[in-house]
Write a protein that binds this ligand. Structure first.
Ligand SMILES: Nc1nc2c(ncn2[C@@H]2O[C@H](COP(=O)(O)OP(=O)(O)OP(=O)(O)O)[C@@H](O)[C@H]2O)c(=O)[nH]1
Ligand SMILES: [K+]
Ligand SMILES: [Mg+2]
Length: 441
């Protein structure tokens, strides 16, 4: 910094910025303002810090936040070329199994050691920082389910803006079903580290352990801004319409419909407008509890979404797997044919995060044509009152349910007009087969 200051004094400011790599120059010599965005972000952050937070300033703060969010998206697009989580943004590891868990954390907190303990894969673990330099996948079989665990390089403050391999690491976090944030429980500032990592992930649009806000939003061609709410709004200042209007103005959105169905904050309104937020579950694993007192272990265990472990002494790892499974929101459904036992070795594994899993989703998972010939399903398990229960496509399934699909009879199908060609072919083939068998006998 002092060198920059000196350079500025000597009137060589721009040159200094160039040689410090703060400016990017295109082939034609045009100055691209990558750093300009970072500067502008800083400026807005400073202005926000200066602005007193009270009811009268809510709309102004909302506008500043919108400007900030816009700049951050711009920055991501500019430097990440493909945007957050886009293909080609670094570690190309094929998705496999029923769910994906990313190990995120500072260097040397024990991510690789954990992968080595939970899977058959070997990832180098050592006492120096940045031992791991790329993404290393391993497999865990738990509850008949294959979970892909990804070891990643450590990240540090500033990762979101490209420090180290932060961007690539965060892109992997975005693509996963669960973030397992590994923290060094032996460090005094462990919760400070937690806050830093949370902030890094939040800046690039990840939302940890949060639900998408219940807001209906649609851009339109004309008609102006139609703003409404079904609940009292307490977080948008004295005039919510004004606050939201200011935010929309920042995005140059002059025609849209917005209906707030819950008491949301300005940040949540911005999230919905930006539209590229990723809502992902996060479990915080405080590792190395072998190095601290039992009182400290107890304190850490009470943090929200926390679990305390020691990889070195294999403490609490069984419980960790259990919690991971819960957080991933997966459910297993066993299918069954008439007169045969359920296929207990091969469940259908589906994510119930977004919406509940119903019979229709299960059918889609088995085969495309199944829902076309679907008549009803017989279901055994937690979701039913009697075993078996006759259920329709909308029946919500629970973990470990058994499902037997009963198809429509040929006559039933014939009675229904307009069924697909595929189904017709299927039944024709079946009929031909039956005829052949009858002829043979
Ligand atoms: N005391 C103690 N040490 C541990 C534990 N788990 C891991 N370690 C040690 O912590 C150090 C770092 O472990 P790694 O697994 O390489 O950590 P990492 O997070 O993968 O580190 P990077 O790849 O550099 O980001 C090693 O010396 C491990 O032996 C634990 O539960 N207790
Ligand atoms: K290490
Ligand atoms: Mg490592």
């Amino acid at each position: 910094m002092p060198r920059v200051v000196r350079a500025r004094k000597e009137g060589r400011y721009w040159k200094a910025r160039l040689c410090f790599g703060l400016l990017h120059v295109s082939a034609s010599g045009r100055i691209l303002s990558t750093m300009g965005i970072v500067d502008r972000i800083k400026e807005i952050e400073e202005e926000m810090a200066r602005t007193q937070k009270n009811k009268a300033t809510e709309h102004h703060l909302g506008a500043l936040k919108a400007r900030l969010a816009k700049l951050r998206s711009e920055l991501l697009l500019e430097t990440g070329s493909k945007g957050p989580g886009g293909a080609g943004s670094g570690f190309e590891v094929a998705r496999s199994g029923d769910g994906r868990v990313a190990l995120i954390g500072f260097p040397s907190v024990g991510k690789s050691s954990l992968l080595n303990t939970l899977t058959d894969t070997e990832s180098q673990a050592a006492a120096y920082e940045f031992t791991t330099l790329t993404c290393i996948p391993g497999n865990i079989i738990y509850n008949d389910t294959k979970i892909q665990l990804l070891d990643l390089p450590g990240i540090i403050e500033g990762a979101a803006h490209g420090k180290g391999r932060g961007k690539e690491v965060i892109a992997v976090a975005r693509s996963s079903d669960l973030v397992l944030m590994v923290l060094d429980g032996g460090k005094e500032q462990v919760n400070n580290h937690r806050a830093i990592l949370e902030r890094e992930l939040e800046t690039v649009g990840l939302r940890l352990n949060k639900k998408p806000p219940n807001i209906y939003f649609r851009k339109k061609k004309d008609g102006g801004v139609k703003f409404n709410s079904t609940v009292p709004l307490t977080q948008l200042g004295p005039d919510p319409a004004l606050t939201v209007g200011r935010i929309l103005y920042e995005y140059k959105i002059h025609n849209c419909e917005m209906l707030l169905r819950e008491d949301v904050s300005t940040d949540q309104v911005i999230d919905v407008i930006e539209g590229n937020r990723k809502y992902v579950r996060c479990l915080y694993a405080y590792n190395k509890i072998d190095t601290i007192t039992i009182e400290d272990v107890d304190r850490l265990a009470r943090e929200p979404d926390a679990i305390v472990i020691s990889v070195r002494h294999k403490l609490n790892l069984e419980r960790l797997l259990e919690r991971m499974w819960d957080y991933m929101g997966l459910i297993r459904v066993y299918t069954k044919r008439r007169g045969a036992p359920p296929e207990f070795r091969e469940p259908l594994v589906m994510s119930s995060e977004r919406r509940g899993v119903n019979v229709e989703v299960a059918c889609e998972n088995i085969s495309r044509e199944l829902s076309e010939i679907f008549n009803y399903a017989l279901v055994w398990g937690r979701s039913t009152k009697y075993d078996p229960q006759r259920c329709g496509l909308q029946h919500t399934l629970e973990d470990e349910d058994v499902v037997q699909v009963v198809g429509k009879t040929v006559t039933q199908q014939k009675r229904e007009k307009g069924y697909s060609k595929k189904v017709q072919e299927h039944w024709d083939a079946l009929k031909a087969k039956k005829k052949k068998a009858a002829l043979r006998s």
